[in-house]
Design a protein around this ligand. Structure first.
Ligand code: PA5
Length: 467
């Protein structure tokens, strides 16, 4: 299981100006935390509550369906291209980057065990989209289009591009196109659902009442995982085991509730920036996923009761040890406006040693015959200690190792923490009204029917006084 260390958030460690009296705060907010946990877990079967992501660990039928699809796909494709954006891509990227070989796409087919290379298209960058065609053989490529709404311009334009490429490349596209596509979308509605039916394409569901940024453990993240040979049941086992801990309504025994409280108290005490810093390159994309989860869930204009409040901590990504040589100067000496969460991995898959290959260089001998992981851990402890000494509050989440079971627990911990933080901030963490206006303006600028009235506004031609 994961373990948590919150002591460096305390007054004892970072002083009275920047620290919290941890036990007293949990006691003081006991009722608010208890009802936040209870309401969250009780809402998991409520229609329209958008908390059905809490049930994803229990979908054994999904695990079975994904496994059998992946088995039927194995050996047929050299490349998997995933089209999606935001909640429809960030989880999958984080998952595959963490759990597959770090140089997966450079391995031979045999080394990959017959599973395909993977590529995510999560932007409308013509050079990247076109460039992908230079490195894949479309006749041996599977495209997974992921869009809950089925209308997202970035994803659907990329699909239009690859459909055209398939139409040009495949010998008998009417018959064979469907073999190169698999969709992940809403059960009933949206363009992608209609296309799945019309083109007779295999499809998987984004379950009802699961928002994009909470959807990683649905087919959104688990289908690419299964296609690349990962065991879906292991993720689900991790989720179920941690649920037993995080559904505990006693905040004294619930680390997600505690860290949600500490994050919110730091935010309210003038620390609006929440840094997530995994000490692991393999987990670097977990920080990207967290940035979306935290920002889109907690950055809100109005409270649950309709008052304008404009709240939201700002998430920031860092990777250790890399960013020690980039951001840590600011962290140690800059404004006291940040709270840190480190992710530590106890045991790496490789116990590679730094060999004593320069015995004549005495200045480097202190590292010789020690593990790379020992050096990384020393750098982590050193950075954490220096931040603590400089009165910068920080927490640590520790994974025994990076595998499907613990990866699922790590992300589930952040999901529950986010939901409880939303409750403490008195906002709805499951909507995202702030991204809608930009989407509508894009439609207007691109000439979509029905959006003509927004063209002037979208071009920025409306004076502020008229808004
Ligand atoms: O978290 C979210 O809800 C968003 O980031 C969506 O996932 C993103 O906008 C993509 O939406 P869709 O899956 O409908 O294409």
């Amino acid at each position: 299981m994961l373990t948590f260390d919150f002591t460096n958030l305390s007054v004892q460690k970072v002083g009275t100006t920047h620290g919290l009296d941890l036990n007293t705060e949990v006691q003081k907010h006991h009722n608010a935390l208890e009802s936040a946990i209870r309401e969250l877990y009780e809402s998991r079967n409520t229609e329209g509550a958008w908390t059905k992501w809490l049930n994803l660990g229990k979908h054994q039928d999904l695990a079975f369906a994904l496994k059998s699809y992946a088995e039927s796909a194995k050996g047929k494709y050299d490349d998997l291209i995933v089209l999606g954006i935001g909640g429809s891509s960030l989880g999958g990227i984080a998952l595959l980057k963490a759990l597959l070989h770090p140089y997966w796409n450079n391995l031979s087919n045999e080394q990959r065990g017959g599973y395909p290379r993977f590529h995510f298209v999560d932007n409308v960058d013509a050079d990247v989209i076109q460039g992908l065609c230079d490195v894949v053989d479309l006749k041996r490529t599977l495209v997974n289009v992921i869009s809950k709404s089925g209308t997202t311009a970035e994803t659907m334009s990329a699909f239009m591009f690859f459909k055209d490429k398939f139409d040009q490349t495949l010998e008998n596209p009417e018959q064979s196109l469907r073999k190169h596509l698999v969709f992940t979308t809403d059960k009933q509605t949206g363009i992608l659902r209609e296309l799945a039916d019309r083109l007779n394409v295999t499809s998987f569901e984004v379950p009802d009442d699961v928002g994009g940024r909470f959807s990683i453990f649905s087919a959104v993240g688990l289908l690419p995982a299964a296609i690349c040979g990962l065991d879906v049941a292991e993720f689900q086992r991790g989720l179920q085991d941690l649920e037993a801990v995080l559904s505990n309504t006693n905040p004294k025994e619930n680390p997600a509730a505690q860290n949600a409280l500490y994050q919110v108290l730091n935010y309210k005490a003038g620390k609006p920036i929440s840094v997530l810093m995994p000490y692991s390159t393999r987990l670097a994309f977990v920080a990207d996923w967290y940035v979306q989860l935290w920002a889109e869930s907690l950055g809100k204009a109005t409270s649950k009761t309709g008052e304008t409040i404009n709240v939201g901590p700002t998430p920031l990504k860092a990777v250790g040890a890399t960013d020690q040589h980039s951001q840590v100067q600011l962290y140690n000496e800059g404004a006291f406006d940040k709270v840190f969460t480190f992710i530590e991995v106890e045991t790496p898959d490789n116990k590679t040693i730094i060999p004593n290959s320069l015995p004549e260089v005495s200045a480097l001998s202190y590292m010789a015959n020690k593990g790379f992981h020992e050096l990384l851990t020393a750098e982590f402890i050193a950075t954490r200690s220096s931040l603590t000494r400089n009165q910068r509050p920080n927490a640590t989440v520790r994974l025994p190792k990076i595998d499907a079971y613990h990866f699922a627990q790590l992300l589930y911990f952040f999901e529950v923490q986010t939901a409880i933080a939303g409750s403490l901030l008195n906002i709805d963490p499951f909507d995202q009204p702030g991204v809608e206006l930009g989407k509508q303006y894009t439609h207007a600028l691109m000439g979509r029917k029905g959006y003509e009235h927004l063209v002037a506004e979208a071009k920025g031609d409306v004076p502020l006084s008229a808004v």
